[in-house]
Ligand binder design. Structure first.
Ligand SMILES: [Ca+2]
Ligand SMILES: [Ca+2]
Length: 577
């Protein structure tokens, strides 16, 4: 890392958090800051503290092993976007594949969704791809939903699907998709091309209101396929909820069940849903800006709900629409004016949730969120019941100002517990990230998913949290115990992060080492006919978008999927350098 004399302190700290360097270099950095003539910005107290924190976190990294992940192409999904160069941000990605999940019961198939509409079955042996359902019912497409929102925002379309942990004799799963209520047509599913879907008794629900106005609706649906032996859907569906969203950005998307929960446990079949703030937190309107803080709104929150109204009937209450239940031990069920669904709040765009279950003691469970920041920081938060993660009053471990820049935390770090746009109820200290990195070339624009590796193939990765940046395709790891140690109520302490190199087994048989996923996805994008010069789509730091996400299968093995090229790759080896 080099520090130039005219770097602001701010940019230096941003660099210092992600840069992994030797102890000697860090000492030089610190000395350099102290002695460089013309270094015109006098460090604030907080800045000094942060630099010290960066120093110690990097110092820890100096002796840490560096890692190379070897990856191999696993499956290439059909192109649902466009290879044209000048398509919109979204349309120019070849296939917006978003999740990969094992079918229940340890079968031979993965399911994979593409935000552009399809839910595929991917055969693990033949790698054959079959379309199981298609959510794109826009004019001329023949799928299920006439109002599927596809045009703008990164996460529009058919966002996610998740199998019910109780899926044994039937396959029950949940989906989230985004609708544009201004489009023509019904918001009922259209089963013309999916005649196995029985719609008798299917009704939609009124959208939960999110002031001041809504342009999108996020829809959560439960599906039950009564025949698990084939590749088609036959059964029923039930709309669970519909949420009004201010914009087309940062919708609800991630759903997850606690993997440690067993029948009889309080968390059994209890769903955690991560809901983005619909970009409310970055608006100039001072009331709208507070939406992620407001406990009377569902945006900018993590919810905890019971989607099946027959489950936990004695320890929960029915939702307003009667389609799901809310556990009585949620943190805000007794707070006047607050939404009972809320588990944690003050989040901008928590686009992924992942769990760590202690293999020795299954009662030790950690829930983590990957949270996309605004202009400055990308974050990993450890999620606690009732905790406030600060947005839009904080970003990363800094104050977020009304002009959307960041600055030092105030001496008194308490923030109001915001019940509505005007009413408050006491105050709270924000909970801060355990990992953050900045919006710089070696960092990125938007944090991707992350997992504590617990599989068998990659012993060098065990106990490590592996994560990446969506646009730059950079990958890092942190020691999970460092993350737990950084979850200490102190905004200055963070887990050290270490960059990961990638050895790609190219389809032509050669192997090449890269420092990010970007050149790999670019090569595949071009080989599939992609016409953008480097990578398609827009992003401030990276230019084009590598658009990667990490995934794990039920065995805990690691995959990397990318929307720019529509390819899923499997990690076959992890080697300490
Ligand atoms: Ca079926
Ligand atoms: Ca800390």
């Amino acid at each position: 890392m080099t520090v130039r004399p005219n770097d602001t302190m701010d940019s230096v700290f941003r660099k210092s958090f992600w840069v992994e360097t030797t102890r000697t270099a860090e000492v030089l950095l610190l000395r350099g800051l102290e002695s460089t003539p013309g270094f015109g910005v006098r460090p604030t107290r907080l800045a000094r503290i942060m630099l010290a924190a960066a120093y110690f976190s990097c110092a820890g990294a100096a002796w840490a092993q560096q890692l190379t992940l070897e990856i191999r192409d696993y499956a290439t999904l059909p192109i649902t976007g466009s290879a044209e160069r000048f398509k919109t941000n979204v349309a120019s990605l070849l296939a917006r594949i978003n999740y990969l999940r094992d079918e229940p019961g340890g079968g031979k198939r993965f399911f994979v969704n593409d935000l552009n509409g399809p839910l595929y079955i991917l055969d693990k042996e033949t790698r054959k791809v079959t379309t199981y359902l298609d959510f794109n019912g826009r004019e001329g497409n023949g799928g299920l939903f006439h109002k599927l929102r596809l045009e703008n925002g990164q996460a529009n379309g058919f966002i996610n699907f998740l199998f019910d942990p109780d899926s044994v004799h039937s396959v029950k799963f949940y989906t989230i998709h985004l609708e544009d209520p201004s489009l023509a047509g019904s918001n009922m599913p259209d089963n013309t091309n999916f005649p196995g879907l029985k719609l008798d008794g299917y009704t939609t629900t009124p959208a939960i209101v999110t002031p001041p106005s809504h342009r999108s609706e996020g829809v959560l649906i439960e599906w039950t396929d009564t025949d698990t032996s084939n590749s088609t859907f036959e059964g029923t569906a039930r709309e669970v909820l519909r949420l009004g969203l201010n914009t087309y950005s940062h919708p609800l998307g991630e759903m997850t069940f606690n993997p440690a929960a067993r029948p009889g446990d309080a968390d059994w079949r209890v769903m955690y849903v991560a809901c983005g703030d619909s970009a409310a937190g970055e608006q100039r309107d001072p009331v709208m800006r507070l939406s992620p803080q407001r406990l009377d709104l569902l945006i900018g929150k993590i919810w905890r709900i019971i989607p099946d109204p027959n489950e936990h009937a004695n320890s929960s209450t029915p939702s307003e629409n009667g389609r799901y239940r809310i556990p009585n031990d949620n943190p805000f069920v007794n707070m006047e004016g607050a939404r009972k669904e809320i588990w944690a709040y003050g989040l901008r765009n928590p686009n992924r949730l992942t769990w760590y279950v202690d293999p020795v003691d299954r009662s030790k469970v950690t829930l983590m969120a990957n949270v996309v920041g605004l202009n400055t920081w990308e974050m990993v938060d450890i999620i606690h019941k009732g905790a406030n993660y600060g947005y839009s009053l904080r970003e990363g471990n800094e104050l977020l100002k009304s002009d959307n820049s960041t600055g030092p935390l105030p001496a008194d770090d308490h923030i109001p517990v915001q019940i509505s746009g005007t009413a408050t109820n006491g105050s709270v200290l924000p909970t801060y990230p355990v990992i953050q990195y900045g919006h710089v070339k070696e960092g990125g624009d938007a944090i991707s998913s992350g997992y504590v590796y617990q599989g068998k193939t990659l012993p060098a990765l065990r106990g490590k949290y592996i994560f990446g940046d969506i646009t730059t395709g950079n990958l890092w790891y942190a020691d999970f115990r460092d993350m737990l140690a950084a979850d200490d109520g102190d905004p200055k302490t963070m887990a050290a992060i270490h960059s990961v190199k990638i050895l790609w087994d190219r389809p032509d048989g050669s192997k090449e080492l890269y420092s990010s996923m970007a050149p790999i996805t670019a090569a595949a994008y071009h080989s599939r006919g992609g016409q953008a010069e480097t990578l398609p789509g827009r992003a401030r730091i990276s230019g084009g978008r590598s658009d990667i996400h990490l995934l794990i299968d039920d065995a805990g093995e690691l995959y990397v999927m990318s929307k720019s090229d529509g390819v899923i790759r499997v990690v076959v080896a992890a080697t300490p350098n």
